[in-house]
Design a binder for this molecule. Structure first.
Ligand code: PMP
Ligand code: GLN
Length: 386
């Protein structure tokens, strides 16, 4: 039987491929973005408490009210924005799902969506599955900043949405307030939606603030803001995320959500909601900054080149031009097999597989893991495999 091809991506996602290769070769896995250290013990206890305490049945379709209220309070406290927990917050099984659901709420066949590349690899398949087309705008080097003239040129009368991501995967770049103002200038007077992927919002370094789309009064009116607890509480396997959007957008989002998964894991929602309601929470950004600094220090003793330290996220991009002229995917596989360290080739984040000879390291790891990985990488001298 013939099965329809719903999107243009082929094969298995690079995250699965590289994590599997790491396992197969017993390599240190700095590829897929997940921490290898324990979650806060308190959060684990709360999950146990939830299961023992009877929080084991369906929660309401939009999510546990207690969790939605805790999110609204948290945003009020950290960003000074007021959010209606009932009408604007929906709990989802992770941010990947939230992004898909937001797209499905608004896209119709023939629509265009502007995607800035490199980009998280689910965006384009999500757009295409909905019968729409991705219009690619490359980020500029050096620094992976947005060239707003290119975005302007990409807008047409078919543009339904623009998806943006800050702090950025895979580059670690962070938007300044001016970027938001440029975006607002471009979409003013249009019906263009914004999907703002802010899953790394708290993982931002060197005192730089995260500016959320929710703080931009004008843009907020046209935006779905998407988040993941997995990233900020280091429990990516719990797959709990959320969408914050104006009431009418949230209605549309829930119309899809209620027939896609209906409601989300109740004990995990209880645990996160209770955890988030504590008066003081650990500074997850400071912890991740420490890891970035530690990793960058270690890398100085290797032949990898750092063009720009990550300003946020879990990830550091590095060049290997002194070591090899292999294409990046071959290099990443070779590095896993021969040197026992798995990374992600950055070409995987481009729909045309653009190869700038860069790889992405995930530094959300224990110091001993980072040290053990770099000890292996030190063996790679300039021009080892030219
Ligand atoms: N957006 C970006 C930019 C990501 O890196 C990820 C990966 N975690 C997600 C969304 C998805 O998050 P989740 O694991 O909650 O689905
Ligand atoms: N966001 C994670 C990363 O970039 C992976 C998520 C996934 O495996 N789909 O590594």
């Amino acid at each position: 039987m013939q099965l329809p091809q719903k999107h243009s991506a082929t094969g298995t996602t690079i995250f699965t491929v590289m994590s599997a290769l790491a396992q197969q070769h017993n390599a240190i896995n700095l590829s897929q973005g997940f921490p290898d250290f324990a979650i806060d013990a308190k959060l684990g206890q709360l999950l146990e408490e939830a299961a023992q305490g009877g929080w084991n049945q369906y929660s309401p379709m939009p999510g546990l009210p207690m969790l939605r209220q805790a999110i609204a309070k948290d945003f009020e406290r950290r960003y000074g924005v007021s959010i209606d927990a009932d009408k604007e917050v929906t709990i989802t099984p992770g941010a990947t799902y939230a992004i898909y659901t937001a797209f499905t709420s608004i896209l119709e066949p023939g629509d265009e969506v502007i995607v800035l590349e490199p980009a998280y690899d689910s965006y384009i398949p999500n757009i295409e599955t909905n019968g729409a087309r991705a219009i690619i705008v490359p980020l500029s080097s050096p620094g992976f900043s947005v060239d707003w003239n290119l975005v302007k040129d990409a807008i047409s009368d078919k543009t339904k949405a623009i998806i943006i991501n800050t702090p950025h995967n895979p580059t670690g770049a962070v938007w300044a307030k001016e970027d938001w103002d440029q975006l607002a200038d471009l979409v003013r007077g249009t019906d263009i939606f914004i999907l703002s992927d802010e899953v790394y919002e708290q993982l931002i370094f060197d005192g730089m603030p995260h500016y959320t789309v929710l703080q931009h009064e004008e843009l907020r009116q046209r935006s779905f803001a998407l988040y993941s607890f997995g990233k900020v509480f280091n429990n990516t396997g719990w797959k709990i995320g959320y969408c914050i959007a104006p009431p009418a957008f949230t209605d549309a989002f829930r119309r899809i959500h209620q027939f896609l998964c209906f409601s989300v894991n109740t004990p995990a929602q209880y645990a996160i909601g209770t955890y988030l309601s504590q008066p003081v929470l650990p500074d997850v950004g400071a912890l991740m900054q420490q890891k970035r600094n530690y990793f960058l220090d270690l890398l100085k003793d290797t032949a990898f080149t750092i063009h720009q330290p990550a300003a946020g996220s879990y990830f550091q991009i590095a060049g290997y031009e002194q070591i090899s002229d292999l294409p990046d995917t071959d290099f990443a596989k070779w590095l896993t097999q021969e040197y026992g360290v798995a990374t992600i080739p950055v070409s995987a984040f481009y729909s045309n597989k653009k190869d700038d000879k860069l790889i992405r390291f995930c530094f959300a790891k224990k110091e001993e893991t980072l040290k053990a990985a770099v000890d292996k990488l030190k063996a790679l001298k300039p021009a080892t495999v030219l």
